[in-house]
Design a protein around this ligand. Structure first.
Ligand code: SF4
Length: 362
């Protein structure tokens, strides 16, 4: 029998387990404290628990999801992690320290985490999409990226973004379970508003997430303002068009009262016209929101063809001009920095360049 990772269990499931094994219910909370507060990585070291319970836990569960980790440090202080999972699949996480304006201190310590190995959505601008879908990550594998990075860098992260490999809303159950553990009040890990889930626009799941107990900040990977261009960039648009997506976003905002972020990679000659600006203003005014303009990370290492091969980044001047026109129309906008361009920090880049042999073998 393959053992389950203990971090795959919710508090309710842990309570059931301890009661089934004739221990009192409060032991479940102690187990959570040992894992998430004291950060124990070995059942034997969980000294809050009686010896007998420790031994039952080690017989029934594993506690670690990663076989090994590769780390790359960038000149800009971001750090990229490549985690090898127990079945040899590889996933990435990127740590990004956001400094205050004069650079005197780090304001936010953000980690971008993965929710899948590979991704089925095949967005034209994304290296992960070229891997195809490999598998969903378990709840434990999602959470462990955070615990591992905090331990390795000896830091407390302030923000989490689910924006790495994979579409989080297509791994809904495991993602929501991970979010409910990460935001559990007494564990004091993260508040919901410090977590951002980024989606390509899985419309029915946006409604479901709005109704869940753990809605977080929501970022929409928009990248185009008309269906034709968006279909070329993001084939998921064929299934859920922009109008359906905007209805879902409006519902999410009305239900949660959390402002929306639109992610917009600016491509030269593709989505940077005056009409795009007009449509983007209309979209952004529908509910309180802001637009993040993102530079395009080079994907030439994937040997792109077709539409992907034609994609070129917009110039810095064009990005500024585009952002200014949005600002003049009262749309909050920022131009995002690119982190880690010297360490293959684009989503999927490290996994693809470093691990291609493993993916093609399996
Ligand atoms: S951009 Fe996101 S949703 Fe699109 S292929 Fe890449 S990982 Fe998947």
């Amino acid at each position: 029998m393959t053992q389950k990772n203990i971090k795959d269990l919710s508090i309710e499931e842990l309570s059931e387990f301890v009661i089934d094994n004739k221990f009192e219910k409060y032991r479940a909370k102690q187990i959570l404290d040992e894992i998430y507060i004291r950060r124990q990585e070995n059942f034997e070291e969980m000294t809050l628990l009686p010896k007998e319970l420790r031994s039952i836990l080690s017989k029934n569960f594993t506690i670690s999801s990663f076989k090994s980790t590769k780390i790359r440090y960038s000149k800009d202080k971001s750090v990229k992690f490549l985690f090898r999972l127990l079945d040899d699949k590889a996933i990435e996480a990127v740590y990004m320290p956001w400094e205050n304006e004069d650079g005197s201190k780090i304001q936010w310590r953000t980690l971008c985490i993965s929710t899948m190995a590979g991704c089925p959505l095949k967005c034209a601008f994304c290296a992960t999409g070229t891997l195809g879908f490999i598998r969903n990550l378990s709840t434990a594998e999602i959470i462990e990226q955070i615990l591992a990075v905090e331990k390795m860098l000896n830091i407390k992260l302030s923000n989490i973004v689910l924006m790495g490999m994979g579409e989080p809303l297509l791994n809904y159950q495991n993602v929501v379970k991970a979010l409910s553990i990460l935001t559990k009040q007494n564990l004091k890990l993260f508040r919901r508003k410090r977590i951002t889930l980024s989606t390509a626009g899985i419309v029915p799941k946006i409604y479901e997430f709005a109704e869940s107990k753990v809605p977080t900040k929501l970022a929409i990977s928009l990248h185009a303002t008309d269906n034709h261009t968006r279909q070329l960039l993001m084939p998921i648009t064929k299934k859920y068009n922009i109008s359906n997506l905007m209805d879902a976003v409006e519902y999410y905002y009305r239900k949660t009262k959390i402002d929306i972020t639109y992610e917009y990679i600016l491509f030269d000659g593709v989505n940077d016209t005056e009409n795009d600006i007009k449509r983007l203003i209309r979209i952004a005014r529908r509910v309180p929101s802001r637009v993040n303009i993102i530079p395009f990370n080079d994907i030439s290492f994937t040997s792109p063809n077709g539409f992907s091969a034609q994609l070129k980044p917009a110039s810095k001047e064009k990005m500024k001009e585009f952002a200014n026109k949005l600002k003049m129309n009262n749309v909050p906008v920022i131009i995002r920095d690119t982190f880690g361009s010297d360490i293959e920090a684009a989503c999927g880049q490290l996994a693809l360049s470093d691990e291609k042999t493993i993916y093609t073998q399996n």
